[in-house]
Design a protein around this ligand. Structure first.
Ligand SMILES: Nc1ncnc2c1ncn2[C@@H]1O[C@H](COP(=O)(O)OP(=O)(O)O)[C@@H](O)[C@H]1O
Ligand SMILES: [Mg+2]
Length: 299
């Protein structure tokens, strides 16, 4: 089976993708898979057909990798690929549409409002109460996000976020432990708790050594841990995700609030899904093998 590990690309998260992809490629090769690096910033996808690739392992994060566009191209080419399909990828990349669906299904997600040029930011801050999180609807790796402590900061936060997406949301800040869950097909692994000395789990916290501490299993009561896992699996299902995903959530002591689902979770040396898999007895090589075997088309 000839596998293209698609990584690099032109996204804001290229650096992360380069790390994820290199590790995936190494792990597949170590398991005897005929895997090759494929950087869409260097060649067009038609080279997948010319190169007679039978499968694509997607190791791209963010737009043009995680958002359904690449998935659509691979459907068109008829090459089975890893992770979620076109629709689920696009929905999960869009934090606004994600929230609309979760609301409809009764899944808890922080209260929010959409911000626009005309928005009365003072009024938004009054309704939702600060602190608030301002984020572009479609980005990843905490790019373009600001934690705003008072209404006065909303203007600047909006101006930053809108550089990344015309759709910007202000979301109520949920104070309390930050958690994340890995979903593998129909299974959800025990949640991990993330602590960071930084303001929030921003880019540095995510990727710099020592940027965060991981507590596994998260120090939660059994019933709480159970609820966090159930909500995460449900969040994945409501969006129609498949294969591996990672759900981010926060706990305010009473309730869990779903933040987002990542359909192409990081596979770097400090990434959470590989760590969660290892904790439940799956090595990185086994994880990657499961993912590539789960690849499909027509969904
Ligand atoms: N409503 C919120 N309340 C508290 N923290 C938040 C909230 N939204 C985001 N964060 C913080 O910002 C980080 C990144 O936000 P997230 O919505 O997961 O976007 P992404 O990971 O795609 O950049 C989260 O891991 C969390 O630390
Ligand atoms: Mg996140």
């Amino acid at each position: 089976m000839k596998v293209a590990v698609i990584f690099g690309g032109k996204t804001a998260e290229r650096d992360v993708s380069l790390k994820s992809g290199a590790l995936v490629l190494g792990a597949l090769r170590a398991r005897g898979v005929d895997a090759h690096a494929f950087d869409p910033a260097e060649k067009g996808l038609e080279a997948l057909i010319a190169g007679r690739y039978e499968r694509a392992f997607i190791a791209l994060h963010g737009r043009f990798g995680e958002d359904g566009t690449l998935q659509g191209a691979l459907e068109w080419l008829g090459i089975p690929y890893t992770g979620s399909g076109v629709l689920a990828s696009a929905l999960a990349m869009d934090k606004l549409r994600t929230k609309l669906l979760w609301h409809a299904e009764g899944l808890p997600t922080p209260p929010y409002e959409v911000l626009g040029k005309e928005s009365n930011l003072e009024a938004v801050a009054k309704r939702l109460r600060t602190p608030l999180f301002v984020k572009p609807a479609s980005e990843g790796s905490s790019v373009g996000m600001t934690k705003v402590r008072a209404a006065a900061g909303l203007d600047e936060a909006y101006a930053l976020a809108v550089n990344y997406d015309p759709v910007v949301i202000a979301e109520k800040f949920i104070d309390g432990p930050e958690l994340t869950a890995a979903i593998l097909g129909d299974d959800v692994l025990p949640v991990i708790r993330i602590e960071t000395p930084r303001e929030f789990y921003d880019y540095e916290a995510k990727y710099a050594a020592g940027g965060s501490t991981h507590i596994l299993p998260a120090a939660l009561k059994p019933a709480q841990a159970d609820r966090a896992m159930k909500l995460s699996l449900e969040a994945h299902r409501v969006l129609g995700c498949r294969g591996v995903s990672r759900a981010d959530l926060r706990f305010n002591g009473d309730e869990f609030y779903m933040l987002e689902v990542n359909t192409q979770p990081g596979m770097t040396g400090t990434s959470l899904v590989p760590e969660l898999a290892a904790h439940s007895g799956r090595s990185f090589g086994e994880l990657v093998k499961w993912i590539v075997e789960d690849a499909s088309c027509n969904r």
